[in-house]
Design a protein around this ligand. Structure first.
Ligand code: FES
Length: 163
């Protein structure tokens, strides 16, 4: 199914592991478990090793992203304006921690460094929208807005067969 990815790389070449992980993640937005196994077989490494690499690097995700990606800025300007409280309010409302996705896959929370909007700190983005000068009181209203909007899915749940 994904021969077009594999054929770019020589088989049984361990040095191709990271580019392969990047290419597969570019398709799905994360690394499905079956994909990790297929990659492990292709490069000739044990699954545990491939899993270790995928969890070591921040660029790789092992779970799908939510329909709405919330990025909470924790840069200096936002930090001094209590962005930690915004993050706690989000985590508490959605019952997930930063880096996680809600069970209904509506929301993912991520922490980012300065997103270039320090003048309206504290800031978070939801998808492409900026929300600035936030207080914890704003959080429920903002979540409600995105809770009720349905975005088209970036990719369907994959049926992964890489080789
Ligand atoms: S520090 Fe948050 S936008 Fe710059």
């Amino acid at each position: 199914m994904h021969n077009h990815i594999f054929e770019k790389y020589p088989a049984k070449d361990k040095s191709q592991l990271i580019p392969l992980l990047q290419d597969v993640q570019a398709i799905y937005g994360y690394l499905p478990e079956l994909a990790l196994q297929e990659i492990a077989d292709y490069v000739g490494l044990p699954l545990s090793r491939v899993y270790g690499v995928a969890t070591f690097y921040n660029q790789f995700r092992l779970t799908p992203l939510g329909e709405n990606i919330i990025r909470v800025c924790r840069g200096t300007a936002c930090h001094v304006k209590n962005s930690a409280n915004i993050l706690y309010a989000l985590e508490s409302a959605l019952k997930i921690k930063a880096g996680e996705t809600t069970r209904d896959r509506k929301f993912t929370i991520e922490i980012v460094a300065c997103i270039g909007a320090c003048s309206i700190a504290p800031v978070m983005t939801v998808n492409d929208d900026y929300h600035g000068r936030l207080t914890v009181k704003d959080v429920p209203t903002i979540l409600k807005k995105y809770q009720t909007t349905t975005k088209p899915k970036a990719s369907a749940e994959p049926e992964v067969k890489l080789a």
